[in-house]
Design a protein around this ligand. Sequence first.
Ligand code: NAP
Length: 487
Amino acid sequence: MDTGFRIAVIGAGASGIMALIRLAEAGYEDVVCFEKADDLGGTWRDNRYPGVACDVPSHAYRYSFAPNPDWTHVWATGEELLAYFREVAERRDVVRRIRFGHEALSARFEDGRWRLETSQGPQGAFDVVVTATGVLHHPVVPEIEGLQDFRGRAFHTARWPEDETLEGKRVAVIGSGSTATQLVGAATGRTARLSLFQRTAQWILPLPNKEIPPERREEFRADPEALAAEYDKLNRRQVELFAAAIVNENPGAYAKLVEACEAHVATVADPELRARLTPDYQVGCKRLVMSSEFYEAIQRPNAELVVDPIRRILPGGIETEDGVVREFDVIVLATGFDTHRFFRPMRVEGPGGATLDEAWAEANRSYLTVATPGFPNWFMIGGPSSPIGNFSWLMTAETQFDYILALIGRVARGEARALAPRAEAMDRFEAAARERVQDTVWASGCRSWYIDRNGHVASWPWTFERFADVLRAPDWRDFEDVLAPVE
Ligand code: NAP
């Protein structure tokens, strides 16, 4: 029989692990995390392609409660990041709370609690559900004629076969986002030849990845204050300069970004190649790509940039619209993610039977990114309109979770049974966000994963300071207890 206050966390990536640790600190004992894969780590578990790294500086990409003096590079590799999350989860003893191989399939709000079902069957009832399902985890496999008939290996970058090294192979990379750029930078040295099929050019900020010298790491180990100061410095730079520049709050910093990107592409020697690599939209409209290796790699004799659209995939290679056929052993789909699905295809049914798919039929909508009307005690880390620009997701997730903890506390103390934001509060937030986003560079005319199927830019359109400020504490007037007796 279910007794006590039960919390379900969905997803054991960076934000799910954080939620488990913070819930344990807050004294919540009955917490279960459902993870569809057989390991933790989310995006850093899934992305194993050559060159994978984080483009947020390592010392700024860490949990506030687990600073790490041991980062070896200014930008940590995927492997190092996965090791960090694993180590923290183990040290804080939360792995035992994770049920691996449980894909969350449905949740139904019944008698004041969420009844959850996973791929391994019904899991009972929970008072609160916290979704920590990330943004970049539903790979987009493009619909290109003939893809299924390709004789060689074809796979998405987030499904990299463990034994695939690309050594000596003829490789096609489809897509030119952050992933493709990192991959090309790392792979051309080992492939026989590599063709990058680019649909849209990208602005690329040069970002040399230096080693953090062992003496500096020693200093961070010995002096936590030096480590904290490093975080503050990097974080300030990221939030005050970079993030503010992108949302049109720091024109001077934005001008510097533009200058740096333009100067970078100007280093490409061949004018024709340079022209093909130069975007025709504003810097920052798509998520800015960071790489110091890409331009050099694409200019190697064994590399080629293809801009003719793909007509179809043949058993032995790729045919472009100009009729040219190139033969390949491997096709890598660096085609990105469906960032608007969140925790779906999970079916979420609120009190009265309305589903989240119905509520979000027009667009994904949230109140302050963490909750949505009609779905009480259902709280989201990284919900719609979260800040998804070029800064630390961990900082976003922790800020949201502090707020969520305040909501959970109210339910746990019995001050509310079924807490949800009021519809008018969400409408107010959504209307303000939609208006403000029009002034950002994201809405200046390009295709990007920030934009939903209706053309709406679904990212926090203000500064990060404002995000931290409005999420400091809930304004209870914007919430209602949907099970409270009507007075
Ligand atoms: P992405 O930025 O969405 O890029 C996908 C690429 O695939 C785009 O170039 C897109 O072209 C192309 N594409 C999609 N469908 C296609 C089709 N049918 N035919 C031809 N081209 C197609 O995806 P991503 O590179 O995986 O990056 C996603 C996000 O992950 C990044 O923005 C970043 O937030 C994160 N990430 C970060 C790092 C890092 O920290 N360094 C590394 C990798 C990823 P269009 O541009 O024309 O749509």
